[in-house]
Design a binder for this molecule. Structure first.
Ligand code: PBG
Ligand code: ZN
Length: 318
């Protein structure tokens, strides 16, 4: 074995897996208001931006050669039914219009879910403590269509309501957006790894948790059923989320389905690396690249990660 490990040249020759910055997706948080660049405490290096300052982030993205973003809007007003999620002039719709105009070369993927927009913080409508799955679908459709209208390139539903991919596919087709792909958060687990994100997006549930609609962490085969269902409903890209604790699921899915496979290297995974690196306990660059490679090796074609800009820079000098 050592003959093929003796120099960087030969290691590089026999390397099985390589990262490519074109497969990275960088999440961005857009907030209502002006002149805002609010650092997220639990996610060092990540900020919420108002639209007028988004260009600061976009210039960095461009300079690093990252081409894909995943957009999350944070509205000023929340209500029971998440009206701002599907308002024509909602924060997310306006951000998409701005980005399309100012940065036409960026691929804009938009997260579709109600939790950032509802006063109760759940991903669907609620009645008492129950989530109303079917009643939520028309709202997700309205949100998706309004985002496609604004110019979104890819619609990414993360709500985990049953049947939402079929409803959104149909709604997009009927509204004339038959060419807009759907990237489905197919196997999204009810995970403790999302808590920093909930600070960033102000989307923590006001009561209870998301276990009645997100997946139960011990289940792997069920994830394949979720994906099969999403394929049947018209999903174009499938996703596993979170990444590192679910690499077995990612690998099984990539082997089973001939569909582009995305993985979300979520906020908690990012924050743990940043926290340990800040204390000097780990080498951030090595750990980040090792983590991203692990996801690629397990079968990811697309990696959504808050490390995207750093990673793209590091890939440049490899
Ligand atoms: C919204 C949504 C969440 C994430 C992406 N979309 C949070 C949640 O479901 O609670 C998590 C992303 C991350 O942790 O980085 N449904
Ligand atoms: Zn949600």
């Amino acid at each position: 074995m050592r003959r093929l490990r003796s120099s960087e040249a030969i290691r590089s020759l026999v390397r099985e897996t390589r990262l490519d910055k074109r497969q990275l997706v960088y999440p961005i948080f857009v907030a209502e208001g002006e002149n805002i660049c609010n650092p997220v405490d639990s996610m060092p290096g990540i900020c919420q931006y108002s639209i007028d300052r988004l260009f600061e982030e976009c210039e960095k993205i461009k300079a690093r050669g990252v081409r894909n973003i995943l957009l999350f809007g944070i509205p000023a007003h929340k209500d029971e039914v998440g009206s701002q999620a599907y308002a024509r002039d909602g924060i997310t719709q306006r951000a998409v219009r701005y980005l399309k105009e100012a940065y036409p070369e960026l691929l804009i993927i938009v997260d579709v879910c109600l939790c950032e927009y509802t006063s109760h913080g759940h991903c669907g409508l609620v009645e008492g403590s129950r989530i109303l799955n079917d009643e939520t679908l028309p709202l997700l459709v309205k949100m998706s269509v309004s985002l496609a209208q604004a110019g979104a390139d890819v619609i990414a539903p993360s709500d985990m309501m049953d049947g939402r991919v079929a409803a959104i596919r149909r709604g997009l087709d009927e509204a004339g957006y038959g060419d807009t792909p759907i990237m489905s958060y197919s196997a999204k687990y009810a995970s403790g790894y999302y808590s920093p994100f909930r600070d960033a997006a102000h989307s923590a549930p006001g009561f209870g948790d998301r276990r009645s609609y997100q997946m139960d962490p011990p289940n792997a085969r069920e994830a394949l059923r979720e994906m099969e269902a999403d394929i049947g409903e018209g999903a174009d890209i499938l996703m596993v989320k979170p990444g590192l604790a679910y690499l077995d699921v990612l690998k099984a899915a990539a082997e089973r389905f001939d569909y582009p496979m995305a993985v979300y290297n979520v906020s908690g995974e990012y924050s743990m690396v940043k926290a340990a690196a800040a204390r000097g306990w780990i080498d951030e660059r090595r750990i980040v690249m090792e983590n991203l490679l692990a996801m690629k090796r397990a079968g990811a074609d697309i990696i959504i990660t808050y490390h995207a800009l750093d990673a793209a820079g590091w890939l440049e000098d490899e």
